[in-house]
Design a protein around this ligand. Structure first.
Ligand code: PEP
Length: 250
């Protein structure tokens, strides 16, 4: 089973219109040879999605949202539906990022309904899981990640669904797990995805690593078994850094 690597950038709450030039620069350097080896996606703030879609064009960098509401429409001031993100040019949406789990009290159950809504709207959800430092230190990392996968991933999700393993303590911290720890967690995550989806589907599911991926460590991290790409925060804001990470696949 070959899984096409995915390098996805999460811009979080960063980026005014001037930042669209970075997406333009990414698209300009995303040549056919690199495209054959890896899929590139940027998840800008929703305010920039439609403008980014005009810049990226249909055959270049893909786009994603950073969150969606579980409902398809209605009285939910300030929220965005998956259909709205798709209409604006997204083909992916991140759900369950640890910052939303913490800042907005998002539970696994809510995240599963968001992933379901995304699939129904024709988006591919990037479902995020990961343990805290305290949980890892207590020897509970696999227990926590396993429980998050089982409860956040819809059991009937198609194999196009993407899982992102992001240890919370590694995000924005300049720290990463050892490659042995990443290999162990990603193998466990694939087994757990199989337990959840069944039917051999897990062999096609891309499992991304996220947490302080930079140009300097990308080749090492992306070369780990069962790592099918990266979810990149800080280093996705600048085209040069994001492309340097993706270049690990060339
Ligand atoms: C993230 O927020 O998903 C992330 C991985 O951030 P960073 O790459 O900055 O650690």
């Amino acid at each position: 089973m070959t899984r096409r690597p995915l390098v996805a950038g999460n811009w979080k709450m960063n980026g005014l219109r001037a930042a669209l030039a970075e997406i333009g620069a990414m698209g300009a350097s995303y040549d056919a040879a690199l495209e054959a080896r890896a899929e590139l996606v940027i998840c800008p703030p929703a305010t920039l999605l439609a403008l980014a879609a005009e810049i990226a064009g249909p055959a270049s960098i893909g786009l994603g949202g950073q969150d969606c509401h579980p409902a398809s429409r209605g009285a939910h001031t300030g929220d965005l539906s998956a259909a709205m993100l798709k209409d604006a040019g997204a083909s992916y949406v991140i759900v369950g990022h640890s910052e939303r789990r913490v800042d907005h009290g998002e539970t696994d159950a809510l995240i599963q309904t968001k992933a379901r809504a995304a699939i129904q709207a024709g988006l591919i959800p990037i479902v995020c899981v990961g343990e805290t430092r305290a949980e890892r230190d207590a020897g509970r990392a696999t227990e926590i990640v396993g429980a998050q996968i089982m409860a956040s991933l819809p059991s009937d999700a198609p194999q196009s669904v993407v899982l992102a393993y992001e240890p919370v303590w590694a995000i924005g911290a300049g720290l990463t797990p050892t490659t042995a720890d990443i290999a162990q967690m990603h193998a466990f995550a694939r087994e757990t995805v199989e337990a959840r989806l069944g039917g051999g589907k897990s062999a096609a599911v891309r499992i991304l690593y996220g947490g302080s991926v930079k140009p300097g460590n990308a080749a090492e991290l992306l070369g780990v078994a069962n790592v099918d790409g990266a979810l990149v925060g800080g280093a996705s804001l600048r085209a040069a850094d994001f492309l340097a990470i993706a270049e690990a696949y060339r």
